[in-house]
Design a protein around this ligand. Structure first.
Ligand SMILES: CCCCCCCCCCC/C=C/C(=O)SCCNC(=O)CCNC(=O)[C@H](O)C(C)(C)COP(=O)(O)OP(=O)(O)OC[C@H]1O[C@@H](n2cnc3c(N)ncnc32)[C@H](O)[C@@H]1OP(=O)(O)O
Length: 359
């Protein structure tokens, strides 16, 4: 039940990534199936005859009659799959046996020597994660979970690992739109975090520089965290009127004890790599000038272990907690819903946007 709902949520996100406009007829079909899947049979009053757009939408939804929600959800997923495969086929291939990868706007994904590397690639924005990058990471993790690599690595391009959620997500939104935008973003955030919880192989973060916000919290769901001694770890949620996400309200107290977790997640203490290592969030710290060389030599050695053995061992260690983590993720997103609509958060976002505040 949960997985078909998740497939549906993934499909809703994938629609936003379509490179080609599928045309009005398909868009109406998608709209109708989405409404039927989420609300059931059409329950809106019929729009007036001159309200062309809403009437076309109403007609499409109403035409689905009493189709069950589950059937609509499945049809929606099938329709999006057919659209995604035709829309992506042109950008899929890159010649070279081991370097197959789909192209992404904000990621560089490569596969070599049994290691799939997912590199955040918005260096001029310190690799801030915008809506599209969230969706691309979800897709890249899905692809990596099925490819024949042994390990998957998450890292950043440039001087930062990642500056967290893109705060310009808040720009240009009218008061009337904010609730829906927040809801959509939190649905996506929940799917994003679930894709870390569900990831079936060892997932390793190679933290090449400072990490902020969700880029830090998600480390608690990674299986090893290697950091340059230049990296820092900062979760300024209270400065932003926010609350913890990425399951950190559960993983951080477990990793470092509640008092140290609160120091980071509530009081926003920024840690050096050595401090984060002493707290158990980071596995090992390397000098920046030899970081890449040492880490990749280590990963290459690990990738030569028997693939099934290390995948299964990871799952034995992690799977026991999955249900708990899904619940924590859902609860954190629900608390964030209220936070994101609070004046405390909106003022902090406005401050960032007007460049009055630097954390
Ligand atoms: C209504 C819609 C709601 C949608 C939200 C739903 C999603 C829910 C998720 C909520 C949970 C939150 C998770 C988090 O990650 S909280 C943490 C957010 N991140 C930050 O607070 C960091 C903000 N950035 C900074 O403080 C500094 O930029 C930084 C210290 C990272 C670097 O400072 P430095 O002086 O070295 O560099 P610049 O500031 O000049 O940065 C260079 C350019 O990069 C842009 N930048 C950096 N970080 C971000 C960011 N997080 N979001 C957007 N843009 C970012 C910066 O603006 C500069 O851009 P320009 O060159 O264009 O000015």
């Amino acid at each position: 039940m949960r997985s078909s709902q998740e497939e549906f949520e993934n499909a809703v996100n994938r629609v936003k990534l379509l490179k080609k406009d599928p045309g009005n007829e398909v868009k109406l079909k998608l709209y109708a199936l989405y409404k039927q899947a989420t609300e059931g049979p059409c329950n809106m009053p019929k729009p007036g005859v001159f309200d062309f757009i809403n009437k076309a939408k109403w007609d499409a939804w109403n035409a689905l009659g009493s189709m069950p929600k589950e059937t609509a959800r499945q049809s929606y997923v099938d329709l999006v799959s057919s659209l995604s495969s035709s829309s992506m086929s042109s950008s899929q291939v890159k010649p070279g046996a081991d370097r197959k990868q789909q192209e992404y706007e904000n990621l560089v994904v490569t596969s070599e020597d049994g290691i799939t590397k997912i590199m955040l690639n918005r260096p001029t924005k310190k690799n801030a994660i915008n809506t599209q990058m969230y969706q691309e990471i979800i897709l890249a993790l899905k692809a990596a979970s099925k490819d024949n690599s042994v390990l998957t690595v998450l890292t950043g391009n440039g001087d930062y690992y990642c500056s967290g959620n893109d705060l310009t997500d808040f720009s240009g939104i009218t008061a009337g739109e904010i609730e829906e935008k927040v809801k959509n973003n939190l649905d996506m955030l929940r799917v994003f975090v679930n894709s870390f919880i569900d990831f079936p192989k060892p997932l390793i973060a190679v933290v090449n520089g400072p990490a902020v916000g969700i880029a830090v919290t998600i480390l608690g769901l990674c299986d090893a965290v290697y950091a340059s001694d230049r990296a820092t770890f900062h979760t300024p949620f209270s400065h932003l009127g926010l609350s913890p996400e990425g399951c950190s309200s559960y993983t951080f107290p477990k990793i470092m004890g509640p008092a140290k977790a609160i120091e980071m997640l509530v009081f926003g203490k920024k840690l050096t790599a050595e401090e984060a290592c002493a707290r158990g969030l980071v596995t090992e710290v390397f000098p920046d000038n030899t970081f890449q060389k040492q880490v990749w030599a280590r990963l290459k050695a690990y990738s030569e272990f028997p693939a099934n053995s290390i995948r299964i061992s990871k799952q034995v260690i992690r799977n026991m907690e999955k249900e708990k983590l899904y619940a924590v993720n859902a609860e954190e997103c629900s608390v964030l819903q209220e936070r994101l609509l609070s004046n405390e958060c909106i003022n902090a976002a406005v401050n960032f946007l007007s460049r009055k505040a630097k954390l």
